[in-house]
Design a protein around this ligand. Structure first.
Ligand code: GTP
Ligand code: MG
Length: 369
């Protein structure tokens, strides 16, 4: 066990420090994941121009002086008819609102839409206090357009505050952090200062591959793409990999194979499969002479190297799993478990025995800053 944890029971600490879970909510594509990444100052959650990129709630921890903000990035809330995957995603987002201290509802400066009202209703039902974040203000042609928008928003809901920002351009993010930190309960930090997420390395690597596939493939394909990381092999130098050193399986059960604990001149090999739903999609994902798959692999390699802080080789395959996104058992195989895990409160047990839901703090990987 290499993970360092603070025991959150020191009362003197709790009097001085603040800590709480903050859900990022909003309709698809408003910039939730971009905002979380820019608030954390590192890329953790995948993003794309296409809606419904995020599929699972993902924790990102920001420790900022006495305040520790545990962000929960969530899939976009929308009317989830049809596919099992869609229902799962909305379940993740709505479930994430249960138990958080605060919600950030993201909207765009172009004005309130029907989709925003769906989100607002979910937030109201949850009873969670909410800050409205008007994201993408870099797109506003004139700043005076903000005033009528703020006026309109203040009538829509009893928001704690209205904060215009640009996640992408890092505008007013400190203001937002101040607004959040002041509203967190006084208590000891739940995570060690260098912990950034609750997710395993295998999950983060798989998400990077999925992001690259989503960004390169056509508009329809992203929703039918899943990634399974079959193997991550970490070794001291290229060519000297040890087949038994299977990081993906180690990460599922322990924290031994985390960045920072591997050899300094490390090298990683990643094998991953991109699953699509039809043979025609497989042909698109591979591309003429394998060009598309090579490009996805090359894009992924760069980000995986940043994540691991080492050289990497990425081998990708494409396989067909017919209509997987509509089949609950296939969803489970790809790691889309149901129901979603609610964010935990301090001193909760590592496993919620009643619901059988893994606690967000159980088995998480530390990713070095
Ligand atoms: N111009 C501009 N674009 C932004 C900003 N924030 C996010 N975007 C873009 O908006 C798109 C969607 O961003 P995401 O972060 O993936 O949005 P999301 O809300 O997480 O989307 P889902 O996970 O699909 O619900 C991407 O193309 C981002 O680059 C911003 O402040 N300004
Ligand atoms: Mg997202």
């Amino acid at each position: 066990m290499t993970m360092t944890e603070r025991v959150p029971d020191a009362e003197s600490d709790a009097a001085e420090t603040r800590c709480g879970y903050v859900a990022l909510a909003g309709r698809p594509n408003v910039g939730k994941s971009t905002l979380m990444n820019h608030l954390l100052g590192r890329k953790l959650s995948i993003t794309s121009r296409k809606p419904q990129t995020t599929r699972q709630a993902l924790i990102g921890v920001l420790t900022r002086g006495p305040a520790q903000i545990v962000f929960v990035d969530t899939p976009g809330i929308h009317v989830a008819g049809g596919r099992a995957l869609n229902r799962y995603m909305v379940g993740q987002a709505v479930g994430s609102l249960a138990g958080v201290e605060l919600a950030l509802m993201l909207v765009e400066p172009s004005g309130w839409r029907a989709g925003d009202e769906i989100v607002r209703r979910r937030i109201r039902e949850s009873g969670v206090p909410c800050i409205c974040v008007i994201n993408k203000i870099d797109r506003l042609p004139r700043k005076d357009r903000l005033l009528p928008l703020l006026d309109d928003l203040s009538r829509r809901h009893d928001f704690e505050a209205l904060v215009p920002v640009s996640a992408l351009k890092n505008l007013a993010l400190d203001d937002l952090l101040d607004e959040i930190a002041g509203r967190l309960p006084r208590r000891a930090h739940l995570f060690a200062a260098d912990e950034v997420t609750d997710r395993s390395l295998a999950f983060l690597v798989g998400e990077i591959v999925r992001e690259k596939a989503v960004r390169r493939l056509g508009a329809e394909l992203p929703h039918q793409t899943a990634v399974m990381v079959e193997r991550i092999t970490l070794a001291a130098e290229p060519g000297s990999t040890n087949e038994n050193n299977n990081a993906a399986s180690q990460l599922a059960s322990s924290d031994d194979a985390l960045p920072g604990t591997r050899p300094s001149k490390s090298y990683a090999e990643v094998d991953a499969v991109i699953y699509v739903e039809r043979d025609t999609q497989k042909r698109i994902a591979i591309g003429k002479g394998g060009t598309m798959l090579r490009s996805i692999g090359e894009d992924a390699r760069k980000d995986i190297e940043i994540l691991l802080g080492s050289q990497a080789m990425v081998r990708l395959w494409v396989k067909v799993d017919r209509r997987w996104s509509g089949r609950p058992e296939a969803l489970q195989r790809f790691g889309y478990y149901s129901p979603p895990a609610p964010p935990a409160q301090s001193e909760a047990p590592a496993q919620d025995a009643d619901k059988g839901v893994p606690h967000p703090r159980a088995g998480r990987a530390r990713v070095d800053r």
